[in-house]
Design a protein around this ligand. Sequence first.
Ligand SMILES: Cc1cc2nc3c(=O)[nH]c(=O)nc-3n(C[C@H](O)[C@H](O)[C@H](O)COP(=O)(O)OP(=O)(O)OC[C@H]3O[C@@H](n4cnc5c(N)ncnc54)[C@H](O)[C@@H]3O)c2cc1C
Ligand code: FES
Length: 340
Amino acid sequence: MSHTIALSFEDGVTRFVSCDEGETVADAAYRSGINVPLDCRDGACGTCKSYCESGAYDAGDYIEDALTPDEAAAGHVLTCQMRPKSDCVVKIAASSALCKAGVSRFSGRLARLERLSASTIGFSIALDTGGAPAFLPGQYANLSVPGTGEVRAYSFSALPREGHVEFLVRNIPGGRMSTWLSERARVGDALTFTAPMGSFYLRPVTRRLLFLAGGTGLAPVLAMLDLLARDGLPVPAHLIYGVTADADLVLLDRLEQVAARLPHFTFATCVADPASVHPRKGYVTHHLAPEHLAGGAVDAYLCGPPAMVDAVRAHVQALGITPAAFHYERFSPGLEAKAA
Ligand SMILES: Cc1cc2nc3c(=O)[nH]c(=O)nc-3n(C[C@H](O)[C@H](O)[C@H](O)COP(=O)(O)OP(=O)(O)OC[C@H]3O[C@@H](n4cnc5c(N)ncnc54)[C@H](O)[C@@H]3O)c2cc1C
Ligand code: FES
């Protein structure tokens, strides 16, 4: 039996390795050509100290100089000693370049191209290899904009299905990728991307969840909801999905399907445009009720344009409530994703 270990590097790159029962994470990484930091291999020096974010494992043998009891209790591990007992996510305190991990490249063909509204485009890519990349729901890919030599970051908007990956993109007038998608792209066109990227992904569900999505910031939330719909949702979860104009609200049928499947999941939409005919007007913050934050006993996931993300974070801070975990991702133009 083997376990899948997600190695999450400092620069946002994630690589997945297969770890055999009884094998250490360091050995599994090296077997896959990934040189995680390592020195003594004996639990004595602490060079391989990392952080296990989720999963069960045997921590192995080591001395306190390498890993203190407090560190071990907090989830820190020595990859030269750690033997996974389940799939795990392990944060490596080094960049992917240093570990020679790089990212994986994928190529495929545009399989679906859908104008979901005047402002939003959905598309999927059928991968040439047939196999889909392993990624954690919430992570993103760097897509090459055909014919330009430029790349743009897009969050996966669904779990992979039969060798297809999906995206949800705001059509920004004059934008390079937006223009290609809205004016030139045809089903069958070749596309390439690197993935998986980012540390904005669904953590193990242990308490109430709150999702806050602005515009196409819905994309990573949809992938997270896919996973919850597949695996079940043992806690209450609420999504507030806010957009600028009525035409920006898309894929409500998909949210309704998730709500029908998961009795603990609810969602509300809102539209900022004062001329909107929507029953809930205003920003996401106007529709954030105290019960959604549960006095802080909540894991919050926030994603959207930088201004929206910053406004929501400031609003929650001003309420004097600190969510137990607050993960966010800004859809900044360019590639400098800021995730936490
Ligand atoms: C980690 C990450 C994940 C992302 N995921 C998604 C996603 O799933 N869906 C999605 O739609 N976008 C996403 N983005 C944003 C995306 O990467 C591009 O920045 C965006 O699609 C614009 O690309 P473009 O080539 O069309 O426009 P560009 O050619 O990059 O920009 C053209 C002009 O539009 C401006 N501009 C760029 N973005 C915006 C904006 N949001 N609002 C107003 N003006 C803007 C630029 O400053 C520039 O002047 C993500 C960004 C990051 C960092
Ligand atoms: S490499 Fe020295 S403790 Fe792991």
